[in-house]
Design a protein around this ligand. Structure first.
Ligand code: SF4
Ligand code: SF4
Length: 262
């Protein structure tokens, strides 16, 4: 949530303090849930499809749209806003967010943004996480007296679990800003989108096709991804890395060719 021109261009550590409170009686209540581009993560979709008791395909069809990033050609799912003039989020009512306890990671973080820097060190590349504030003119939350550190805010909003589930996928997301990316063709965009967001379809692809005859996946992983969608989404990142030829994250079986020809 938050438009780029509202980002305060200053990096902060977890210990940085700020004053903020968002509550139902504030005059800007729900103003931030309109006309906004909210990028969804794989774990957001897993939580929301479970909450709404629908399939991943139904969720993506009803509540999201695919956006192809101009620079990287990566496909991302974006939360749909209403086509009416108020352009409000599909989950917004006068009483607030109807899926609040399962709201997406970007809604949880607001008004704190999160960034990652890749750094080279003697022991190889490392990642440095940093935070920044989003200050939008319509948001009166900063005028409230409640004090936080970024760390206590994140804990209160329960974002750590989302970060943990999305960690590998967020590395793919970071790549979208790298210069000189190879453009993904439509087939690869479909594979990227499916393995990121459409877990029911990806599950069928892994378990009801020749996938396990072609790729050498150990039994423990097979059982984990069969029964746990979060693990399946993490495995999805390996599949995407393989498809995008970023690394040999999957090993092809010696006799794979006889299945591939089918
Ligand atoms: S205080 Fe800010 S985050 Fe809370 S409802 Fe108002 S605009 Fe949204
Ligand atoms: S999901 Fe909830 S918190 Fe996020 S924009 Fe929609 S109504 Fe607001």
């Amino acid at each position: 949530m938050g438009k780029m021109d509202s980002v305060v261009p200053e990096k902060h550590p977890l210990s940085s303090k700020f004053q903020f409170r968002c509550h139902k009686d504030i005059k800007c209540f729900t103003q931030c849930c309109r006309n906004i581009e909210i990028l969804l993560t794989p774990y957001d979709v897993i939580r929301l499809k479970k909450r709404l008791e629908i399939s991943s395909a139904e969720f993506l069809e009803k509540y999201a749209y695919m956006k192809i990033d101009d620079k990287s050609s990566h496909p991302y799912a974006i939360l749909k806003m209403s086509e009416e003039s108020d352009k409000k989020c599909s989950f917004l009512t006068e009483d607030g967010c109807t899926i609040y306890t399962d709201r997406p990671a970007n809604c949880r973080n607001y008004p704190v943004g999160q960034g990652t820097l890749k750094k080279e060190s003697e022991s190889g590349p490392t990642q440095e996480e940093f935070y920044f504030f989003i200050r939008e003119p319509h948001c009166y939350g900063y005028n409230e007296k409640k004090e936080w550190t970024i760390e206590s805010w994140r804990k209160d909003q329960e974002v750590d679990g989302y970060d943990e589930a999305n960690r590998e996928w967020k590395e793919l997301l970071l790549r979208k800003n790298l210069p000189g990316q190879v453009e993904l063709d439509e087939k690869k965009q479909f594979q990227f989108y499916m393995a990121s967001y459409d877990m029911d379809r990806f599950w069928k692809f892994v378990f009801e096709s020749d996938f396990l005859n072609v790729f050498d996946i150990d039994d423990e992983t097979v059982e984990k991804i069969r029964n746990d969608e979060v693990e399946l989404a993490k495995f999805g990142v390996k599949y995407i890395q393989y498809v995008m030829m970023l690394k040999e994250s999957l090993k092809v079986k010696k006799d794979a060719d006889k299945y591939r020809k089918k």
